[in-house]
Design a protein around this ligand. Structure first.
Ligand code: C5P
Length: 236
């Protein structure tokens, strides 16, 4: 079974997706980490971000591996380095290129094949896994997301003005929504969780309830098992 969780930056997708996967005993895939790793690789290889052909060539030959928790670039664990502002600021050059998205979508499908998995990103329900059994779109207002981010930063000893956070967030939202391929949007059949005013526990329970509803619905629609021929009452 595939569960997709999409939504804008700062909606808390990663932590919820991880926890949903844990509770269900599913694998977890952070697709943002793959975009980040390719971006870091392109920076390291000193590729000119305006040179789309070079970016595409790079994305085709780079060796990316996801082990369920961490991401490896040409064998190197880059899970921490990909979170740097330098990488975040440059991602759009990579994520905007349709052929790069094509490569990464293919990798995402390879990782998910035959697995019970929760995948998290922007385009998982709409483009990468259009036939996923369960699609969730997790969102929150810009103000609420910025407040949460501000608290996270303060807790990490990096206080920042809310206006500054809002500005950066608006820029990322706009980039994510306006991309010609793989834009951030809920799939038509996604269930939306609008998480303003909810605790992360409540969001988690909501997401698990949605998965459970989908499972029950699918069980009801599953073809019936053939009648047990050993049971009593069979006309032999
Ligand atoms: O989820 P995260 O914030 O780590 O994603 C980083 C960036 O990667 C996003 O802002 C978006 O531009 C890009 N991304 C994407 N498609 C995905 C996941 C992430 O374009 N499925």
């Amino acid at each position: 079974m595939i569960v997709t969780i999409d939504g804008p930056a700062g909606a808390g997708k990663s932590s919820i997706a991880k926890r949903v996967a844990q509770r269900l005993g599913f694998e977890f895939l952070d697709t943002g980490a793959l975009y980040r790793a390719v971006t870091l690789g392109a920076i390291r290889a000193q590729i000119d971000f305006q040179d789309v052909d070079a970016l595409v060539q790079y994305a085709k030959q780079v060796n990316l591996r996801w082990d369920g928790q961490r991401v490896f670039l040409n064998g190197d664990d880059v899970s921490d380095e990909i979170r740097s502002p330098t990488v975040t600021d440059a991602i759009r050059f990579v994520a905007d290129v349709p052929e790069v998205r094509h490569q990464l979508s293919r990798l995402q499908r390879e990782i998910a094949v035959g697995r019970d998995i929760v995948t998290e990103g922007r385009d998982q329900g709409s483009e990468v896994f259009p036939r996923a059994e369960c699609k969730i779109f997790l969102t929150a207002s810009a103000q609420e997301r910025a407040r949460r981010r501000q608290k996270q930063l303060a807790d990490a000893g990096r206080p920042m003005q809310i206006e500054q956070i809002l500005r950066a967030q608006e820029r990322r939202d706009e980039e994510d929504r306006s991309r010609p391929v793989g834009a951030l949007r809920p799939a038509d059949d996604a269930r939306v969780i609008q998480s303003d005013g909810m605790t992360s526990e409540q969001v988690l329970e909501d997401a698990l309830r949605i998965v459970e509803e989908v499972r029950r619905r699918d069980e009801r629609h599953a073809p019936r098992q053939p009648a047990d021929t050993n049971s009593t009452g069979g006309d032999s």
